[in-house]
Design a protein around this ligand. Structure first.
Ligand SMILES: [Fe+2]
Length: 318
């Protein structure tokens, strides 16, 4: 079975600028750097890394990777894709440092997806010597927020219903969806029990809208806004902080030096994956799904209170 989202690879145009943003300001841990790649981990992750930044001419989503429960399941998935008429490619062990073989596909909207099982884990000590330290117990070495762990992808797709056929065929469950007349406008799909690993939202062109990392509660969300503003990255704050209606999570959308949008995310719910999804109408979603706390800039914000123009002419009453 597919377990969860494990990593994202972004193409960036200047590795040094990206390093400043992700490592020096946000507090990702730099695990390994090559001439063209930066491998980063969030504070509570046991996997060696979850974010790969690859320097290229043009910024883009490189790929995102889902972890599966066994090496054999990669073969099961390969067969499933062949049955669906989707081409697959095997990458050998070590294509990414510390990672086992990878099954690579382009899902029906063209999004680059990889599946893997084996990934080098953080050293925590052994039975003989006992546990030295869990990965999250390095707080004395951390700076920035820091991000806790990778959470989800938000993809734009032309036909959400067709995309859902694919994601359900490979075992994903829908937690919430938005119905717009005959068609689905958006859906949150998952392998794990939280609200989503992959969100799908209708748009003419397939694209990455954002990828998300969990932070430590609403305080972590606010801290991110402070960090960016204080460090001179005020213009990289895109939208929020706020609370979503759909998923119930706290959010802040920020953009990296190449314009990739990262959602700083906390507090969505967990719900068993066999339970039926929760549906919103498009009207409900537009009103309170994106932002539970009211519209982003309410019309009422532009209403003003008239000033007493007679003030100076009015005699002071004693
Ligand atoms: Fe999101």
């Amino acid at each position: 079975m597919i377990l969860r989202l494990g990593q994202v690879e972004l193409f960036v145009t200047n590795l040094d600028k990206s390093k400043e943003f992700y490592v020096d300001v946000l507090g990702f841990t730099e695990v390994e750097r090559t001439e063209t790649n930066l491998y980063l981990r969030a504070a509570d992750e046991f996997d060696k890394y979850s974010l790969i930044l690859t320097e290229k001419e043009t910024a883009a989503l490189g790929s995102f990777s889902l972890r599966v429960s066994s090496p054999e399941y990669l073969e099961v998935l390969q067969k499933k894709h062949e049955e669906m008429g989707i081409e697959t490619q095997y990458l050998p062990k070590g294509t990414h440092p510390g990672q086992g073989p990878v099954l690579r596909v382009a899902e029906p909207n063209g999004h680059p997806v990889e599946f893997y099982h084996s990934m080098e884990q953080i050293e925590v000590g052994g039975l003989d010597g006992g546990v030295d330290a869990l990965p999250m117990r390095k707080s004395h070495l951390q700076n920035g927020i820091p991000p806790i762990c990778i959470d989800h992808m938000n993809l734009r797709v032309k036909d959400v219903d067709k995309a859902l056929e694919y994601w359900q065929a490979i075992g994903f469950s829908i937690s919430e969806y938005v119905q717009d007349g005959e068609e689905t406008f958006a859906a949150w799909t998952r392998a794990k029990t939280s609200t989503h690993d992959v969100a799908l939202v209708k748009q003419e062109e397939a694209a990455l809208h954002h990828f998300a990392y969990i932070v430590d509660g609403v305080a972590g969300v606010i801290r991110t806004a402070d960090l960016l503003a204080d460090a001179g990255y005020r213009d990289n704050i895109d939208y929020g902080p706020g609370r979503h209606g759909a998923t119930n999570a706290f959010f802040l959308y920020i953009t990296d030096p190449d314009g990739h949008r990262l959602e700083i995310y906390s507090g969505d719910y967990n719900r068993d994956t066999d339970l039926p999804p929760i549906g919103w109408t498009k009207e409900q979603y537009d009103k309170k799904g994106r932002l539970w706390w009211g519209p982003s800039v309410p019309d009422s914000f532009f209403k003003t209170t008239p000033v007493n123009k007679e003030w100076l002419k009015t005699p002071v009453q004693n």
